[in-house]
Design a protein around this ligand. Sequence first.
Ligand SMILES: Nc1ncnc2c1ncn2[C@@H]1O[C@H](COP(=O)(O)OP(=O)(O)OP(=O)(O)O)[C@@H](O)[C@H]1O
Ligand SMILES: Cc1ncc(COP(=O)(O)O)c(N)n1
Length: 279
Amino acid sequence: MSARVDVPVALTIAGSDSGGGAGVQADLKTFAAHGVFGASVLTALTAQNTRGVHGVHVVPAAFVTEQLDAVLSDIAVHATKIGMLADARVVAAVADAVAGGAGGPVVLDPVMVATSGDRLLDPAAVAAVREDLLPIVDLVTPNVPEAAVLLDAAPATDLDGVRAQARELFSRTGTAVLVKGGHLTGPESVDVLVGPSGETLLRRPRVGTTATHGTGCTLSAALAAQAALRPGAGWEELAGPARDYLQSALLAGRDLHVGSGHDGSHGPLDHAFALREPG
Ligand SMILES: Nc1ncnc2c1ncn2[C@@H]1O[C@H](COP(=O)(O)OP(=O)(O)OP(=O)(O)O)[C@@H](O)[C@H]1O
Ligand SMILES: Cc1ncc(COP(=O)(O)O)c(N)n1
């Protein structure tokens, strides 16, 4: 008889990227690569590939709630990641579910604009994310432009500026903050984590590649996967391994030729690098 496997479960609440590089697809691949069982609640469908977003079909908020109820009434979820939310009604539906608990620690990636420049959140919904969702999640992971929007400030232009904005967001909301440094320049990509135990800098060599589509989704999903695997650990312990997984997927993604965007704009990461035979 085979042994029972008590697998940790992570939930992603996010949009579908038909091209497979970002959104729910990146999240589920990341969960699987961590040995975590992935459940998913879709907020929007995008017609998307490595060149950009060609269309968005928002899921009615009532059906987002139906999916959340179906998952949370049946499956014990150990951690949740939230990505694309599309509009204010979907934000409200997701905020209701988060306020109701049951999804473990919650990581919010406040997705606003895709790497390709296409909008993924109605500008009218930004206030709802800031007021209704941000204060009730456990970790928020904005990139540099998103941190500025959440603070209603100009984007930071250097590491000290990012550190100041991460501190300010934490002090305003009480939610731990990881501001991602991919949009700055320099030999390292530095992410700044600020939480109850102070500041942690995550420094990794900047990879010379245009295949960066889905990096933000992958990092937030890896953080949720780590939280599902290690209940009770602080974000400062979970962030290093999550960032290492992303770095390996970025490095391996340089050899993954999926879609024309790899040469022209935004190719995907290689989430399954650990499963591939060398050479
Ligand atoms: N060229 C790179 N080399 C190494 N790490 C990178 C590079 N680009 C981005 N990163 C890392 O990827 C993660 C996402 O960073 P970024 O600031 O690009 O967020 P994002 O804009 O939300 O991502 P995306 O929109 O590309 O999904 C961070 O951990 C960042 O440090
Ligand atoms: C469905 C969906 N969710 C999130 C992103 C952001 O990812 P990126 O900024 O890498 O394009 C995306 N492009 N599509």
